[in-house]
Write a protein that binds this ligand. Sequence first.
Ligand code: NG1
Ligand code: ZN
Length: 547
Amino acid sequence: MMTAHFEEVLKQSHLHPKPAGLILEYGTSGFRTNAKQLDHIMFRMGLLATLRSKKTKATIGVMVTASHNPEEDNGVKLIDPMGEMVTPAWEGYATQLANSEQEDLLTALKDVTEKEAIDMSQEARIFVGKDTRSSSASLSQSVLDGVKALDGQSKDYGLVTTPQLHYMVCCQNTQGKYGEATMDGYYSKLCTAFHQLTKHASNRTDDQKHLCVDGANGIGALKVQEMESHLKKHLQISIFNDGSKGKLNFQCGADFVKVQQKPPAGLEINPGGRCCSFDGDADRIVYYYIDSQRCFHLLDGDKIATLICTYLKQLINQAGLDLKIAVVQTAYANGSSTRYLEDTMKVTVKCTKTGVKHLHHAALEFDIGVYFEANGHGTVLFSKAAEEMIQKLAEDSSIKDERKKAAILLQSTITVINQTVGDAISDMLLIEAILAIKGMTLQQWDAIYSDLPNRQLKVKVSDRRVIDTTDAERRAVSPAGLQDTIDTLVKKYKQGRSFVRPSGTEDVVRVYAEADTQENADALAHEVSLAVYRLAGGVGDEPKPLH
Ligand code: NG1
Ligand code: ZN
């Protein structure tokens, strides 16, 4: 089956050679490493996306970004027809293709086409997007080269946020039912819904309309600026870290704010003012404020999930709809959030492994599945049946008042949400709308429950795969003795909880700990880090205490 296509691939692949011996894995968020090592990966992902498109007979997306990671890094992720992540089997093909030495590439490609019985004469269509990293332009060109080498059609969306590209793919494959696959289509869908929602908020003052956004010096800043004309002053955004001078994700952005538990550099923060940070590709968002004592308060993914869940539950009740709402979290969710959701709100909480594909998948099981990682990546999924019930009720002329209003609000809520993936812009509009409708301040939102003090650390080890976990990554089964040590340490601290897992995106082991006080959370995190260092082959200096 050495067709003309494959000859072209062979020719082109020499322009994107693989450094011999380099091994990379398609991890939780695709390939991610220093940009210098990625050219061949991009070309090959262009090839693989084309095969995936032929197989699914649908448009496939390829996004070039390394999200919250440093500017020097880059990465690539494939997007399946409905805007979701590719299936595990294709993640496996991605790894195989990426690691084939130059002379084995055609065999690896042939292997995929045979295993998947791909009809090579089938047309293929690929949407490509990129973030603002300096390496992204040439890397996304390599993706386009890969698509062309297999005779696929491509559409280059250029600079877009990751969730915008997911949206485009979904729009294209639903023949416009999800929205129009253009930037204008995206902004008008979301902003129209936002206006519909905020119409129901009485007497919003200019203060309440004002929001400070930290764009992480990345694509999100550009896109918020682009959206401004659509918002028509219903939301007044001051953008900081817009990329005009600062470095991407450096001392700013959602990951920095969440992990460091402090405001980003480059943002003027006034007591009580609403602030939020996006990450480098705008699929994560966290909120925060400083109080009159200039004390910092973070509203992370768990607080966001709780706010959205409270709002939706109330509307469902008002609308008199019998719909089951659940929240999906990971082990990183603050223990207080889980307790509040289960004990006070009486909603089902499900814990999955880290990585949005796991959360997304679990959320699909419910009528309404709210999923958020503590780091601020998340969205809400409505089942088709739930959407239809809401739609029917909103259009039912026989119902009135409260019920009618709730149904209409629910309908606009569905529209403002990007259901394909976590989306900082869409989440921001949803949160702003909820706060406006409820007439709620960040302080009031923050007071729903109090976070347990917590700490996240990283430990370098020679091979992080020696750590194997179970129970949604909450327990380590190897190396021997590690979990027992963690259990003993946890018992020493009031409200202690800790777990370790190998990162899927960085060459480190992550340690998470929470306890009754910040000192205790820090001490527990440190002690567990030491245990990882000693029992799992730590490299470099031994972890030092935080205080
Ligand atoms: P890893 O590096 O596997 O911990 C991080 C985040 C994930 C997810 C991915 C993808 C934490 C603790 N981990 O994964 O939740 O967002 O990046 O970007 O926040
Ligand atoms: Zn991201």
